[in-house]
Design a protein around this ligand. Structure first.
Ligand code: FES
Length: 557
């Protein structure tokens, strides 16, 4: 590989790489605002200036190709003076409203002002004032005074979201960003501009002013919005999820996620939860204890012929929960009536990230060997013709999705439900168990491309104090704080599906010997060939491909 020297260190690079990329790959930091690894180069912020021997002037490293034998200085006096000047220039009209800015704590401008600024300004004139609250679209607010005109957001829309919606207007210190006439910033990926904005100019209308970033813990997890399984960080304060942000994973979602996943897949964890177990009595759900609910479920399950009980797992539940549901149905109850619903929305998928399968773990449920998936009509037929008399339903609000099931479910001898939220389906249960949501558990999901990825607890449950949901604390620390330090007194009484089922199994004299979700996963690895060779450690933060690949469809002429 060709080599160049940066700050007296010889480093190799690939043909076609810029000086900034070569430096970055070798651990040498050159400041940059407008450059982003996934966007075209615009070269307009000038903070990445470096000195290259034999060139008369400083050059921007983000657009200068590295060349064999080049000698680059990133910390010479000339470079430092130039950076100081660029920072002073960028800050001339900046409002310096960091105390009320959402970006504070994760702002490149703030960080670089400390690192590369002089700490003072010679600008004594009146600053140029611009609009501070511009609704660019349904999810993004623009503060024109904070903008440093790096154009990342414009290039993101043009190149990644493939919908040209933003542009510059005016010149010089009047320059600003607007949407094209008659348009809004409303593409399905619009909120990624908030993540890549290096300052606080673009903010999320959903998250604005909710918390300072240093008040929150962040935990590596997986989005629930569709079968892509975009890697995310879950941001929590006071045991409440305040935002999701995409986490880089080149095998799955690169740096991005869609607005639907970011906004619509976490609020249910904070609101309208099933706070405790319930048993139906006189048509009403009455609060109960765990022991009483487990006893009731066990005794109901003894009353119906095993082949007339249907077990419905969930394409939104973890592999661990679905596996234990199947094991319970087969080995404790003795039925093969185990299925799950797959939800396809052809209007949702696109050729960027979004998939038409809008559940995060249907591939996992298939690989575990669930009997294909039910559709509403065969469940209805079964209930109508009396071949299904009881249903054990885990984590799927199917009555909301098909209201006709409401009348059908009332014909059942009994309905046992695990649900994290008070839904229509939960309201119909004879025994209702509060189940932990994806952000409260350890577990695994398998995305459409057969990549196994980890869920980790970002929100603490009551039982977490006792068992840490079966997780090794040192491993939690590695990937996120896991348990919010402010959570005391705000923990919910819910359990993972595999734990609830294990308690019922014990009541039916079948002891499932798992202490942790990891124990369940290790059994999956031993018994399902596709998972062979995996463990939680190996899956790590970025997931791991299963050995079996999905066959690519052959195109017919
Ligand atoms: Fe090179 Fe902006 S990062 S000019």
């Amino acid at each position: 590989m060709p080599k160049l020297i940066i700050d007296s260190k010889e480093v190799s690079f690939e043909q076609g790489q810029t000086v900034l990329e070569a430096a970055r790959e070798n651990g040498i930091k050159i400041p940059h605002f407008c450059w982003h690894p996934k966007l075209s180069i615009s070269g307009n912020c000038r903070i990445c200036l470096v000195e290259i021997e034999k060139l008369p002037k400083l050059v921007i490293s983000c657009s200068t190709l590295a060349a064999e034998g080049m000698i680059v200085h990133t910390r010479s006096e000339k470079v430092i003076n130039a950076r100081n000047a660029v920072m002073e220039f960028i800050l001339i009209n900046h409002p310096l409203d960091c105390p009320i800015c959402d970006e504070a704590g994760e702002c490149k401008l703030q960080d670089y002002a400390y690192k590369h600024g002089t700490g003072e300004s010679r600008f004594v004139e009146e600053k140029n004032h611009k609009d501070k609250r511009v609704e660019l679209g349904p999810h993004v607010m623009f503060d024109a005074e904070r903008c440093i005109s790096c154009s990342r957001c414009i290039r993101f829309c043009d190149e990644i979201a493939k919908e040209a919606q933003l542009t510059f207007i005016k010149r010089g210190d009047r320059v600003t960003i607007v949407t094209y006439p008659g348009q809004q910033l409303d593409n399905p990926y619009s909120m990624n501009v908030v993540d890549i904005c290096p300052v606080g100019a673009l903010t999320s209308r959903d998250f604005r002013f909710k918390a300072r970033v240093w008040e929150m813990s962040s935990t590596a997890s997986v989005c629930q919005g569709c079968s892509r399984g975009c890697n995310i960080d879950i941001w929590v304060r006071n045991n409440e999820i305040l935002r999701l942000t995409p986490r880089k994973n080149e095998e799955v979602n690169s740096y991005w996620m869609c607005d639907h996943g970011r906004l619509n897949t976490f609020k249910f964890v904070n609101e309208n939860r099933v706070g405790m177990p319930y048993i139906k009595s006189g048509g009403e759900l009455i609060q109960s204890t765990w022991d009483a609910a487990v006893n009731k479920a066990a005794s109901l399950l003894k009353t119906v012929n095993k082949d007339k009980t249907a077990f419905i797992g969930s394409a939104s539940a973890s592999c661990e929960d679905n596996y234990i549901l199947m094991k319970f149905a087969r080995s404790v109850i003795g039925t093969k009536n185990i299925s799950y619903y797959k939800y396809i929305d052809e209007n949702f998928g696109d050729d960027i990230l979004r998939r038409s399968d809008v559940t995060p773990n249907s591939t996992g449920a298939d690989l575990l060997g669930m009997n294909g998936y039910l559709n509403y009509s065969n469940l209805s037929d079964g209930i109508n013709n009396g071949s299904i008399k009881a249903v054990y339903l885990m984590d799927d609000n199917i009555v909301d999705k098909d209201p006709s099931l409401e009348a059908l479910f009332s014909k059942l001898d009994f309905l046992i439900v695990h649900s994290s939220n008070m839904t229509k389906t939960a309201g119909m249960a004879d025994v209702l168990f509060p189940s932990a949501a994806f952000a409260e558990i350890n577990g695994t999901l398998v995305n459409f491309n057969k990549r196994v990825q980890r869920l980790r607890p970002a929100v603490a449950l009551k039982e977490a104090d006792r068992s840490l949901d079966g997780m090794n604390v040192s491993r939690l620390d590695k990937f996120g704080t896991g348990y919010d330090r402010w959570a005391q007194g705000r923990k919910r009484d819910a359990l993972s599906g595999w734990k609830i089922i294990s308690m019922i199994a014990a009541q039916l004299n079948n002891k499932f010997k798992y202490d942790t979700a990891e124990d369940v996963f290790n059994e999956i690895v031993r018994s399902i060939p596709e998972f062979a060779g995996l463990d939680y450690e190996l899956i790590g933060k970025n997931g791991s491909d299963l050995k079996v690949k999905i066959a690519q469809p052959t195109l017919k002429a």
